[in-house]
Design a protein around this ligand. Structure first.
Ligand SMILES: C[S@@+](CC[C@H](N)C(=O)[O-])C[C@H]1O[C@@H](n2cnc3c(N)ncnc32)[C@H](O)[C@@H]1O
Length: 323
């Protein structure tokens, strides 16, 4: 459901308390609209008119109001990602502080197409504030994209790298296509939605712009709701969104290559430990340690590090010191 309405009014009218699983939103930045394009190095003729800015003098009060609504509509354990520039970040942080929402991460999103400046460093990052509503454990699908045994060519953990709090994701270059002034890249949205929601969850964006959050949420088989005050942007995008087929992105997303981890997090009983010791001693005779762990991980339905840690604990036993 999408509404061409101010988001504060829209939340009050259309969303009950504790109903939304995930909010991903990118509020207006409170810098004069006609200066916004100076942030980007691009041809403005394809940028859709009708971006509604909030005057700097109203920004703080406005931020407190919409963030209070966001807190109200989130389920306990629900999460929110707010994308913000640096200019008015303090207002967003103070507004968050005035709610019960608690910080999970302060993410830095490093992008391309920063504005070239001569006498200072080039601004090329945004802040993403990742918070949760207390009351229940928040959804975080740690292994939704990379299994814990997946490595890059230098043997670095891909799961660790994907979960670092500095994200290097390029803005999309869409020459000749109509876009919103500040369209979020699909890759960035996929990452937030995969980690912080499950299929059929409800994802909300209070500032739809080009409906990018909603499009990706539907593509990943989530439900979507949101608000956009500009009727120009709304009219243009409401037609596009109807063409999105629910779940259409599911085949294209990164999935862990390690699939047999059905016993992750389960208690190790004494029989399983004994069996692991026996199988380790058998396999290590003709495989190297890495291959052995990979084979055991598949056989025992446990992650790479779970097997490794267990085996290292056997080193206290004499016969394992040999290996
Ligand atoms: C930074 S853009 C969002 C961009 C969007 N994430 C995308 O990827 O296209 C902010 C949007 O909020 C809209 N907006 C401004 N004030 C609003 C309000 N009070 N309620 C709802 N939308 C509003 C603007 O018109 C603009 O489209």
């Amino acid at each position: 459901m999408f509404y061409n309405i101010d988001c504060i009014e829209g939340c009050k009218k259309y969303l009950d308390d504790n109903t939304v699983d995930l909010i991903i939103t990118d509020p207006p930045y409170g810098i004069n609209g006609d200066k916004l394009h100076k942030h980007y190095n691009r041809n403005e003729s394809f940028v859709l008119d009708g971006y509604v800015e909030i005057p700097k003098s109203d920004y703080r009060d406005f931020s407190f109001k919409w963030i209070k609504e966001a807190e109200r509509i989130l389920k306990p354990g629900g999460t929110i990602y707010i994308v913000s520039g640096y200019t008015n970040l303090v207002d967003i942080l103070d507004a968050l502080k005035a709610t019960s929402l608690t910080e999970i991460n302060h993410i830095i999103w490093k992008y391309n197409f920063g504005v070239y400046t001569k006498n200072k460093f080039i601004s090329s990052h945004y802040h993403i504030l990742f918070y949760t509503k207390p009351g229940k454990e928040h959804t975080f699908n740690t292994f939704c994209r990379f299994g814990d045994g997946e490595k890059d060519l230098k043997n670095g953990s891909l799961n660790y790298q994907d979960r670092e709090d500095v994200w290097i994701i390029n803005k999309e270059y869409k020459p000749g296509k109509i876009k919103n002034k500040n369209e979020l890249p699909t890759e960035l949205l996929i990452k937030m939605i995969q980690y912080s929601s499950n299929e059929n969850d409800l994802v909300c964006d209070l500032f739809l712009g080009s409906f990018s959050t909603a499009k990706v949420a539907l593509g990943l088989n989530r439900n979507a709701i949101g608000f956009e005050i500009s009727s120009t942007a709304f009219k243009h995008q409401i037609e596009n969104i109807q063409k999105i087929k629910k779940g259409c992105l599911l085949n294209d997303i990164r999935k862990p290559t390690e699939t047999n981890i059905s016993n992750r997090g389960k208690y190790w009983d004494i029989h399983e430990i004994d069996k692991l010791k026996m199988r380790y001693l058998e396999l290590i005779r003709y495989k190297n340690k890495k291959e052995t762990i990979l084979a055991l991980s598949k056989e025992f339905g446990r992650g790479h590090f779970a097997i490794l840690n267990k085996i290292e604990s056997f080193n206290e036993i004499d016969e394992f010191k040999l290996f």
